[in-house]
Design a protein around this ligand. Structure first.
Ligand code: MN
Length: 131
């Protein structure tokens, strides 16, 4: 990749994997042997990922706003600018904005050997999502 580029192309988070308006900027996806993938993810109020896992875990660093994260079997947690969250490898979870706030986070993962960065499951419905 061209690491000197200053403006990544912004893509919509696909409806299969996200609810609401989500925008993804790929910040870094260097060539092997690195498997690092770094994104900025911007969630509109109420927008969130579907349930998913990451083969080698994930670091989330909230840059702006207030959001939510939930791990399987756990409570919905409030996350705010400055917070850093570690998701364990293969841990089912979702993350997104609070119901009335935007939220932007950095998301860092290590891809699996086959390039996979996430395994996707069911959408998070409004009843499940705590306010
Ligand atoms: Mn995740």
């Amino acid at each position: 990749m061209d690491i000197t580029r200053s403006r990544p192309e912004t893509r919509r988070g696909p409806a299969e994997n996200f609810t609401g308006l989500v925008w993804l900027d790929e910040i870094a996806a260097p060539a092997p042997p690195s498997r690092m993938r770094l994104f900025t993810v911007r969630f509109a109020p109420g927008a969130r990922t579907a349930w998913h896992t990451h083969p080698h875990g994930q670091v989330l660093h909230v840059q702006e706003g207030e959001g939510r994260v939930q791990r399987e079997g756990g409570a919905v947690e409030v996350i705010r600018a400055g917070d850093t969250v570690w998701i364990e490898p293969d841990e089912w979870h979702w993350h997104g904005a609070g119901p009335r706030t935007f939220m932007t986070h950095l998301a860092a993962v290590e891809a699996a050997a086959d390039g996979t960065t996430a395994c996707w499951g069911a959408h998070v419905d409004d009843a499940h999502r705590a306010h």
